[in-house]
Design a binder for this molecule. Structure first.
Ligand SMILES: [Zn+2]
Length: 256
């Protein structure tokens, strides 16, 4: 006899979860100290994530040091307007956020993906409103084999599940392997990724006249997402915005 309000499935699910907790007790994704539930952060690590909240540049998504009403565009975006419309990174790419992204990218640790997608949904809520399709920034095939998965595609799939916005994971291809962007100047980065992407034949229909949101793990200088946005617009996208987990921010920009 099962108690009122409890289905066998719910009991099995609960006992399965309890068993999982005994075998693998929930640990903070960043510091590995015990926490309440799987896939979360402890309070101390949570405080260490530098979430980017308004006031932020409407185009680049970088934090701005002064509060102001309405839509604000940074001097950097005015001087060199990006090819995408608006970028919405969740947090500064440093400290705990940098470690979390490295775990996801290089150490095959995917248990934070659901949490990250929730953060991206929050930070990108304005650009996701009215979005038609999510497109992950593709990895080069060689790198995909080396790493076995594309972290941007994992984030895109999770965000699609959470938001109900369909994704088009094959709508953008990387047509040539690019040198790693690490250590390159902004101009070298731009040249490195120019012509590296294309919308494969037959996939234009997934992009044309659509409001596209590009998904990536980190925006460093913006060269990669810029190159992708250019190609997506050439394929007929009405609008291209970007949602990412991390954004490299000038360390001199004061923390609010
Ligand atoms: Zn922690």
């Amino acid at each position: 006899m099962v108690g009122a309000g409890w289905s066998i499935g719910a009991i099995l699910q609960k006992s399965g979860r309890m068993l999982a907790d005994i075998v693998l007790p929930p640990l903070c994704l960043a510091c590995r100290l015990p926490v309440q539930g799987h896939g979360g952060l402890c309070a101390a690590c949570w405080r260490e994530v530098d979430f980017i909240e308004p006031p932020r540049c409407d185009r680049l998504g970088i934090p701005l040091p002064y509060p102001a009403g309405g839509i604000i565009v940074s001097a950097a975006a005015l001087a060199s307007p990006p090819d995408y419309g608006r970028a919405r990174p969740v947090a500064r790419y440093d400290g705990v956020m940098r470690n979390l992204i490295h775990d996801l990218k290089y150490r095959d640790r995917h248990e934070g993906v659901k949490l990250f997608a929730g953060w991206m949904g929050h930070s990108g809520s304005d650009v996701l409103k009215g979005a038609d399709v999510l497109v992950p920034v593709p990895l080069a095939r060689v790198r995909l084999w080396g790493r076995r998965f594309n972290q941007a595609a994992l984030l895109s799939r999770a965000l699609s599940g959470l938001s109900g916005i369909p994704e088009a994971p094959l709508a953008l291809h990387r047509v040539r392997r690019t040198a790693t962007q690490v250590g390159l100047t902004p101009e070298q980065r731009r040249r490195n990724v120019a012509g590296a992407f294309r919308v494969p034949e037959g996939k234009e229909v997934e992009i044309a006249d659509k409001n596209v949101v590009l998904i990536d793990d980190v925006i460093t200088t913006g060269a990669t997402v810029n190159a992708c946005a250019k190609i997506l617009k050439r394929a007929g996208a009405s609008r291209v915005d970007v949602v990412a987990l991390g954004r490299v921010v000038d360390p001199l920009t004061p923390r609010l």
